[in-house]
Design a protein around this ligand. Structure first.
Ligand SMILES: Cc1ncc(COP(=O)(O)O)c(C=O)c1O
Length: 370
């Protein structure tokens, strides 16, 4: 089906910086600089200073960022890690793949971890908490830091959807021991394939991660320090991401502008629950990786929008703890289940014009007008 408004417009995104991306690619190709080279080093430095952390370590995906962070933090068999079910599979998968046990809590109205529920799930085996900053909005890190400190737990942020977001003026990825990003193409900062990164201010965690991503090797050293993996961020991706990082602040502003347009255009519909607004939002600086609305008649609205030429996304129609193959159905998470029935993500990306936003708004109104 051809859509009037795509959910993401990759060609338009590329065209908006075509010559810079082309010269970055050419530089890498002509230099033959592919693995663990200067563009990666530069990108890691740029990210570390953007985020306000000491180290950034490029890896091959957000999935590996989570898995390797947990390993680097020493999480393994017999340990429990608290997180949410309303997230992408990789968050919980990383815990399971480390042979630790996931303990899932429900989410609150803003789709993020319900901090009021976290403390009751802490047990003597709990070692870490993974807050997931969903849709470009951070979790309440004041409440979470307080709980983690009182129980001596590590925080591993899943900031895959929140590059550039902040809480109380501090960036996502700068709160926890090791904090994870994804450069999947549709993310705030996306590459032309897979990529990820861990941000940390711990020298020890950074050293372990650098070894883990490169089969246990340490640059310039003959002796290896452990068995590891091949999970490096390619220099080619880093070169493109270096170009894109310069654009990120203005992209974030455009996403926030689009959120304001949607807020204005949809606020007269009592049937539709809107996300928290970008302004007057206390300690939260949201970057709208996704603009998510919620309504009772979600499936019919989604079908109507698609028929009207608007491509929308539903994340995630089956809650993770209800996926039979994952054997997590002992958790009772009523809000997660409700959300899975009610949410729709509308198109929201820097290249989306005001006219197209208006088209989407009218399409939503069209559904409720008959
Ligand atoms: C919340 C969350 N965590 C983890 C990931 C995994 O990232 P990747 O797709 O780069 O492996 C994603 C991306 O889809 C995500 O949205």
């Amino acid at each position: 089906m051809s859509y009037e408004v795509r959910f993401v417009d990759y060609p338009a995104h590329y065209r908006s910086m075509e010559s810079e991306i082309d010269s970055a690619i050419k530089e890498v190709m002509l230099g033959g600089d592919f693995i663990l080279r200067e563009h990666l080093r530069q990108f890691e430095c740029n990210c570390a200073s953007f985020l306000g952390v000491k180290h950034a370590i490029g890896v091959n995906s957000g999935t590996d960022a989570l898995y390797l962070s947990l390993l680097a933090a020493g999480i393994g068999a017999g340990d429990e890690v608290i997180t949410v079910a309303h997230t992408f599979l990789a968050t919980v998968g990383a815990i399971v793949n480390c042979r630790a046990t996931p303990v899932l809590v429900d989410v609150a109205e803003d789709y993020n971890m319900d901090m009021a529920q976290v403390e009751a799930t802490v047990s003597p085996r709990t070692r870490a908490i993974i807050p997931v900053h969903l849709n470009g909005r951070m979790c309440d890190m004041a409440a979470l830091t307080d709980i983690a400190q009182r129980h001596n737990l590590a925080i591993i942020e899943d900031a895959a959807q929140a590059f550039g977001a902040s809480f109380d003026g501090k960036k996502a990825g700068s709160f926890g021991l090791a904090n994870c990003f994804s450069f999947y193409p549709a993310k705030m900062l996306g590459t032309a394939g897979d990529g990820g990164m861990v941000a940390t201010s711990s020298d020890e965690i950074a050293a372990r991660l650098r070894a883990l991503r490169d089969n246990g090797r340490v640059m310039g050293q003959d002796e290896v320090v452990c068995f590891g993996f091949n999970s490096r961020l390619d220099n080619l991706h880093a070169a493109m991401l270096n170009v894109k990082l310069r654009y990120l602040p203005r992209w974030i502003e455009r996403r926030r502008e689009i959120a304001r347009l949607y807020d204005q255009g949809l606020s007269d519909l009592p049937q539709v629950k809107l996300p928290p607004p970008p302004d007057d939002n206390g300690p939260y600086f949201d970057v709208y990786q996704n603009y998510v609305i919620r309504c009772q008649e979600r499936d019919r609205l989604a079908a109507h929008l698609r028929e009207s030429g608007v491509e929308v996304l539903i994340s995630w129609p089956i809650p993770m703890h209800r996926q039979k193959a994952l054997a997590l159905d002992h958790f009772h998470l009523p809000e997660t289940e409700r959300i899975s029935r009610e949410v729709i993500s509308l198109p929201c990306y820097p290249e989306l014009s005001d006219d197209k936003v208006e088209y989407v708004i009218q399409a939503v109104h069209g559904f409720y007008s008959h």
